[in-house]
Ligand binder design. Structure first.
Ligand SMILES: [Mn+2]
Length: 354
């Protein structure tokens, strides 16, 4: 049995479950190596603690023999009946993506008690094994190369959209399969909105340019933010804020090691910015877990008391946002190691004036 399925079974046992229906395509790929985009069709992998695991596959999915028990069906079959035939009485773990239109008929036919058990898989996914860590390092190396090219391409008069398009194209040229989320380029006051969507605003001398970008490499994501200026910053407060945000980022990264609450890492950045007068202006959590999707279960926030474990990968992204003026965010990804952390991004964090 592979170590990822073994991890899930261990979690199922501690939850008192003998069967778990996994429907998240990313989770199924994580566990079996099989990836399908099922759209609205039924797609599931049933894990049982006795080792009898079963795939439920539509003939329209082009999937070679999986090595597990398989139930293959067509659109014309009674799919719920096929599924029900493999489910034992009692409790059935399901994950959060299994939709009501399958779950409710399944409950009606089998009388099972569904238990929300995404955690059994998500807790395993949160701790990346060596193979995953290597893919995430490469995704971040590509991200580093592409942002460097974006710095070189950026010039006054270019629109946010043009720079974002340049980044998305360059991802492909550098070996990524595409962006891991819609690329953010925001200029000047637009940067005060953490999730600004690139528009026709042009880059201007003296205004900040915030780039938040990430790519997918062999199914794994990167994510990084840098904020720079073309020429000399026009707003007298900008340089000071940039320096404080960079220090907040570095202070948080400096304390990361196994066995500390994630909330302590959030506090390292948040308290420092608060002491310097920017408490309200840092209006989001410090970071999020990342892996096969840009945001995975788990975050680095004031309320998450869970302890760090080697292999966790998350972002450290403090920001200060001054509405109507500018915003600064500086973000790296880190892997928790046995004695500290490995920072996956190596692009200069000090203010770059281009
Ligand atoms: Mn992020």
């Amino acid at each position: 049995m592979n170590h990822r399925i073994a991890c899930v079974i261990k979690n199922m046992e501690s939850m008192g479950l003998t069967q778990l229906l996994v429907s998240d395509p990313m989770s199924i790929r994580y566990l079996t190596g099989v990836y399908v985009e099922p759209f609205e069709r039924l797609y599931a992998f049933l894990i049982r603690t006795d080792g009898e695991h079963t795939f439920f596959l539509n003939h329209l999915f082009s999937v070679a023999e999986t090595g597990y028990n398989e139930v293959r069906f067509s659109d014309m079959d009674d799919q719920i009946a096929l599924l029900a035939a493999h489910i034992q009485k009692g409790k059935l773990g399901i994950d959060k993506t299994f939709t009501a239109r399958f779950l409710i008929p399944l409950m009606e036919r089998t009388g099972i008690t569904p238990i929300l058990a995404s955690q059994a898989v998500d807790d395993c996914r949160a701790i990346k094994d060596d193979e995953e860590q290597e893919l995430m390092r490469e995704a971040s190396r590509i991200n580093d190369r592409v942002i460097t090219q974006a710095f070189n391409a950026a010039k006054a008069g270019m629109t946010e959209k043009e720079l974002a398009d340049f980044i998305d194209k360059t991802f492909l040229a550098e070996g990524a399969s595409g962006p891991s989320f819609p690329t953010i380029v925001s200029v000047g006051a637009n940067a005060a909105d953490p999730h600004h969507e690139p528009d026709d605003t042009t880059i201007k001398d003296g205004e900040c340019v915030l780039i938040d970008m990430g790519c997918v490499y062999k199914g794994y994501c990167s994510d990084m933010t840098r904020t720079f200026v073309i020429g000399q910053p026009a707003d007298p407060e900008f340089t000071k804020v940039h320096d404080l945000v960079r220090q907040a980022n570095e202070k948080a990264e400096a304390i990361i090691r196994p066995g500390i609450p994630l909330s302590t890492i959030d506090a390292a950045a948040r308290d420092f910015l608060a002491e310097n007068g920017y408490e309200k202006e840092f209006n989001h959590r410090l970071g999020h877990f990342i892996g096969q999707t840009d945001h995975e279960q788990g975050d680095v926030s004031a309320t998450n008391e869970n302890l760090t474990v080697p292999g966790m990968v998350f972002s450290i992204e403090p920001g200060v946002y001054l509405p109507g003026r500018f915003g600064v965010r500086i973000e790296d990804l880190v892997i928790v190691t046995e004695d500290g952390c490995e920072i996956l991004n190596h692009v200069e964090k000090k203010l770059q004036t281009i």
